[in-house]
Design a protein around this ligand. Sequence first.
Ligand code: SAM
Length: 294
Amino acid sequence: MALPLMSLVSDDSRYQKSFQLFLERSSEHQCMRDFIHSRLPDILASIGDGKSNLNVIGVGSGAGEIDLEMLSELHLKHPGVTVDNEVVEPSSQQLHNYKVLVSQKQDLDYLKFTWNKMTASEFEQHWKAKKMTKKADFIHMVQMLYYVKDPGATITFFHSLLNKNGKLLIILVSGESGWGKLWRTYREQLCNTEISQCVTTGDIKSFLDSKGVSYQSYELPSQLDITECFTEGDEKGELLLDFLTEVLDFSKTASPELKAGVLELLQHPSSSVKSNGRVIFNNNLGVIVLDQLC
Ligand SMILES: C[S@@+](CC[C@H](N)C(=O)[O-])C[C@H]1O[C@@H](n2cnc3c(N)ncnc32)[C@H](O)[C@@H]1O
């Protein structure tokens, strides 16, 4: 009999291992870097209103690779300006990795880090309990809204922290990606936990539209090589399957019907293309940028 499905995020060590493998097998960070160096500079140009210090909040920063790339573009756009950077990240392993990365970089003197080892909702509680009045010029949530109980409420809270001319940047998988197809088909089976939501930029746009909040959006083409997922018992294939389904030990705990259905969908032409004997999953991302509410 199939065991109850557990969320992958309940096991941080396996989650981080599978995320690392996902990064190795995908163009995820490369497509973000392309966006950061081509489009982000213009988005960041207007923030700060001429101040000599900017406040930044990174939510779900992971090991900080993408955060530091964004901060470097911010510095190029606003040279001579100091930056207070609040990092909100619940994984001690990832916070450690981020600190190591910072220690290896030079020319970060303009940055002051505050490390918050907590979830987005713990940060919200802490902020409210301390009656903080500080506002932020740039807030980003890169690939993290899947892990909050209520993505809409999380956006609303962080949006309310924006300063005049501030920007909130959200990156998630695109509604048009293979992930969107997977989650639309298996939402009931895969996404019914409190700590893992199958949310795409399509869902966030619907939420913002329903609230009458305007935004800019961008699509980032990206690919993920999932070939190993189709070799029974392949250790890396199983790790990737865990990441794709957000289920801990998916291959061992999912029912045979669910497993067969997911594997079929993953290689269906609506989710993947076959190229040189590899199965390449559509990992397209979406970016949403919100301005301060007037
Ligand atoms: C997919 S990773 C993305 C990391 C990084 N932003 C990147 O794109 O490389 C998701 C990150 O969100 C963190 N996370 C999980 N639950 C969270 C929560 N409730 N609030 C904030 N961050 C969370 C995880 O520890 C992980 O570092």
